[in-house]
Design a protein around this ligand. Structure first.
Ligand SMILES: [Zn+2]
Ligand SMILES: [Zn+2]
Length: 651
């Protein structure tokens, strides 16, 4: 008998050779049905693979990434099995699970196009229903090589060539056998819904000098309803694509003449961004930040000193040279070196600390053109950056205040779900990191305590810290349940060292300050993209480019409409007139589609009484008639409701 220990610490005895699936079945038949993967002694494990010794076990159901991974990975084998039946002689590259589904790279004797996908899906479902078990078999390298040489699959042969003898396994499902490490489902039956999503070209091993294979992407589910849900989400995501919305709402554009990955902010987008910046500036001011401004370029030597040249230098934009003086400049990849020089601009005493320098600083990083994507992957972007220089005894408190700012922003912008990840150093690999043991212990403890005291739920990742210090990253979940990495807070012992930053302590000796890098939005570009996809373009009232539009019911009232707009704009309510020669019904529809939050309808009565009839976006009926001062007060109240004051402003 062996002892199997469960995540809650309880343990039970089983006969040696028991499988995770049998263990699940011993708890309940339903659990066995819902278990798609297992972790045994910390290692991913086939649910049908025997366990021979005492072990800890974790069973994974669909909502866990481990389960999805095994499910989708098994599905890629199912896809290959279907392809082999439909396209005899087809050769296979690799077929991994990915974040949302799986793919297989294939070299087919007859081309496979999108039009073929339904037929392949049908075949996959047919094979899945036959309930073929995934059978694992260990093979020698020679045998593996012989199998694929006989089959004439040079891709698998190449993969086997890279493997070490004694570690190679084959998995078969029905007639199809694949070279694979696993883990897989017990059999193909749980795969109940299949969608092959696209076909693309992919170079073998990502090498553009080698053959272009056909990559077939797909996703599968244990229930048809889950697939339907997923497809609806994909449709909604398409509608909310920030590139599409950014164009429709006239927020930003790109010009090939200006250059790829260099966004041009249009008037409405610039105004929106300015409001976001002012909002954050206001919050930061209450927390004792000081704004600074630094240039877009700096001497190469600055970035050699900071270490950024070593990191970004040759893979980034190339140096700029001056004609006569032989100077060498780089586009700024980071604001930190500039801020270090500002810190150094005068002697600092322990009483001056913390120094909090903030800048909406634009930085440039070269990204390959194929990697660029709307506002989320660009070559020039503006960070909502700040650098805090503090004493070791201030670190935890400063960290807590930064968490406060980040949480306040998320709350104000209606991101209700988020996770925080603490990244610590790998204690077995200390030489990878700079800074003393003592400092690392203190900094890691400060972050963990700050996060705990602020009630943050955190995931701790050991070995994920930057080489210069531990960090805390925030991921938000948007309205469609997708995760985006946003703000980050990082402790840094490296730059103060490299720039020889000091302060005079109460002991009259020079000490090193600790630096904190932090950017709650990450970058303005990325944040606006996330906000667009999160809200579908329906921004909160305080932020939205146009708060109200005045709709005269006929041209007779155009002058009154213009007067209303002027008065409201004077009270800082962003208002436009829709004086197109269209029927009022059409104007209402168009402006609702354009997501303007408030429609103001004016006609005879309104003109006579100096009022407006108010209709809120999405309410479908009028709120009644109001005088302009009453309307302005209502807007003021709605905005105040959205931007609540900070709970405890601090110095
Ligand atoms: Zn596999
Ligand atoms: Zn920085």
């Amino acid at each position: 008998m062996i002892d199997i220990t469960f995540p809650d610490g309880s343990s039970r005895q089983f006969a040696a050779g028991v499988t995770p699936l049998e263990i699940a079945a011993s708890i309940s038949p339903r659990l066995a049905q819902e278990t798609f993967a297992a972790t045994v002694d910390g290692q991913s494990w086939d649910i049908q693979k025997p366990i021979e010794t005492d072990a800890t076990i974790k069973l994974h159901k669909w909502d866990e990434p481990e389960a999805k991974h095994a499910f989708w990975h098994s599905s890629s084998h199912l896809l290959a099995a279907a392809l082999e039946q439909l396209y005899p002689g087809i050769k296979f590259g690799i077929g991994p699970a990915i974040d949302n589904g799986f793919y297989y790279d294939v070299d087919s004797p007859t081309p496979i196009t999108e039009g073929d996908l339904p037929k392949i899906e049908q075949k996959m479902l047919e094979i899945a229903r036959e309930k073929h078990p995934f059978v694992r078999r260990e093979v020698s390298k020679a045998e593996a090589m012989e199998t694929y040489t006989k089959k004439g699959d040079e891709y698998k042969c190449e993969l086997i060539g890279d493997l070490t003898d004694g570690t190679i396994t084959f998995y078969s499902n029905g007639d199809y056998t694949d070279l694979c490490r696993g883990p897989h489902l017990a059999d193909t039956a749980p795969i109940k819904a299949v969608k092959l999503t696209s076909v693309a070209g992919a170079y073998w091993r990502g090498d553009e000098k080698r053959k272009m294979l056909t990559r077939i992407y797909g996703i599968t589910f244990p229930k048809k309803a889950l697939l339907d849900e997923y497809l609806a989400l994909v449709e909604e995501a398409k509608k909310r694509d920030h590139r599409k919305l950014g164009k429709e709402l006239e927020l930003f554009t790109f010009s090939p003449r200006v250059g790829q990955g260099l966004p041009l902010w249009l008037p409405k987008g610039a105004a929106l961004r300015e409001r976001l910046e002012n909002f954050l500036k206001g919050v930061q001011k209450q927390y004792g930040y000081e704004q600074v401004i630094t240039p877009h370029i700096g001497m190469k030597d600055l970035y050699v000193t900071s270490g950024h040249y070593a990191k970004y230098g040759k893979d980034s934009f190339q140096p700029i040279h001056t004609p006569d003086e032989n100077e060498e400049f780089l586009l700024k990849p980071m604001n930190c070196p500039h801020h270090c020089e500002i810190y150094r601009s005068k002697p600092r005493s322990y009483k001056d600390l913390p120094v909090r320098l903030a800048e909406f600083g634009t930085v440039y990083r070269y990204e390959m053109s194929g990697e660029l994507h709307g506002l989320t992957r660009v070559r020039g972007f503006t960070q909502d950056d700040a650098h805090l220089f503090c004493r070791p005894d201030q670190l935890k408190d400063e960290f807590k205040k930064v968490i406060d700012i980040v949480l306040y922003i998320f709350k104000t912008l209606d991101f209700k779900e988020f996770t925080a990840q603490v990244s610590l150093r790998d204690p077995n690999n200390k030489e990878k990191y700079i800074g003393t043991d003592e400092n690392w212990h203190k900094a890691e403890a400060a972050i963990m305590e700050a996060a705990a005291e602020k009630g943050l739920e955190t995931i701790v990742e050991t070995g994920e810290a930057a080489f210069y210090g531990p960090k805390l990253d925030f991921m938000v979940k948007d309205a469609l349940g997708r995760k985006w990495q946003l703000g980050t807070i990082q402790v840094d012992y490296n730059l103060p060292e490299r720039f020889d930053l000091t302060y005079k302590g109460s002991d009259d000796k020079e000490h090193r300050p600790i630096m904190i890098h932090r950017a709650p939005f990450g970058s303005m570009e990325r944040f606006v993209a996330v906000l667009l996809e999160h809200t579908g373009g329906k921004f909160p009232l305080w932020l939205t480019p146009e708060q109200a539009v005045v709709l005269p019911i006929s041209e007779k009232y155009n002058d009154y409409a213009k007067k209303v707009a002027k008065l409201l704009n004077n009270c800082d309510i962003r208002t436009r007139v829709d004086d197109r020669d269209e029927k009022i019904g059409r104007k209402i529809r168009d402006n609702e589609l354009a997501k303007v939050p408030i429609l103001l309808i004016v006609g005879d009565n309104e003109q006579r009484d100096e009022t407006v009839t108010v209709r809120m976006q999405g309410e479908g009926k009028d709120r009644g008639t109001m005088t302009l001062p009453d309307f302005a007060k209502m807007v003021g109240d709605l905005v105040a409701e959205e931007i609540r004051p900070i709970a405890e402003p601090m110095s």
